[in-house]
Ligand binder design. Sequence first.
Ligand SMILES: Cc1ncc(COP(=O)(O)O)c(C=O)c1O
Length: 380
Amino acid sequence: MRNSIRSKVDAFIVMDVMEAARRAEAGGRHIVHMEVGQPGTPAPRGARDALARAMEREAMGYTVALGLPELRARIARLYREWYGVDLNPDRVVITPGSSGAFILAFTALFDAGDRVGIGAPGYPSYRQILRALDLVPVDIETAAENRLQPVPGDLAGRDLRGLMVASPANPTGTMLGREALGALIGAAQAAGASFISDEIYHGIEYEAKAVSALEITDDCYVINSFSKYFSMTGWRVGWMVVPENHVRTVERLAQNLFICPPHASQVAALAAMECGVELEANMAVYRTNRALMLEGLPRAGFDRIAPPDGAFYVYADVSHLTDDSRAFAAEILERAGVAVTPGLDFDPARGAGTLRFSYARATADIEEGLARLERFMAAR
Ligand SMILES: Cc1ncc(COP(=O)(O)O)c(C=O)c1O
């Protein structure tokens, strides 16, 4: 049997790094994980308790395709609490993680062959999901002076049907302020490109509050998830906000593609939204870790970095240290016992000269990782 051409997507390199780290651990080594983009903390206590109670009470069968009405209503309320935006709960679609939302958004908005702009560096799966759906990812090489985010001028002459933006972004942690986001949305709309805003790192921000595209326009898709701020990666639950006149289209797709998001995860997610104290305690850890990284990485010799506005990553230019970030990451894993992600995952053109360091784990891990990196670089 042959495989389709569309299935020829690239591996997610960070997953390969995780596998190499796992092998090293199976061989008895202690590895500090600065590669993984997920919290080390479990789902909040209240979420786990709520699910345990619900499991005694309910059969946990399918829910309706758009998700539990209580959860959709609670998410709509979150937009009032976080952004002062009044949101009709009917526009909220619960999804199997933001990854499920990408599939729904791309299939609802685009036809085979349509061109969709994505920032480089950026989250690698955008490119691969687009390819797997026979869409054409168009890399927009972002500039350091724009804090590695796209700007309106980048859209000119590209014939885009869509533009996908993340703020805070992975791998850089940089955010688009209200003005920059508004200008990008305006440019996309003027060019006839649907605007998709990946807001998965909202809530994990350090200096200023992240701006939602919904504060600026209703004519966009906004994607978010319980994976990061709510510390529920493995539960596979996220959400998407779509314009009112798109809800039925997305519902038909969701019914057929997924039937529904995991019922148990929706129950836990609803309760997680009332666990602010625990979630803010996680944030205090990220804040401490970020400060340690901003001090420790330059001390180790990784001094070409920009302070991240949000998320839990530092993206470092290491082009003066290597022209092969994959080999460099392998060397760091082997000799320092620290797993980091090569930039090639995020930027096929320039990522051979960059690394991403994640500081999502416990502070003691970050301290140990930084000490190891410093020793490794001193001996190099
Ligand atoms: C920018 C960005 N979007 C989406 C995802 C996927 O997250 P989810 O667990 O919600 O599918 C990630 C995961 O790391 C991410 O970094």
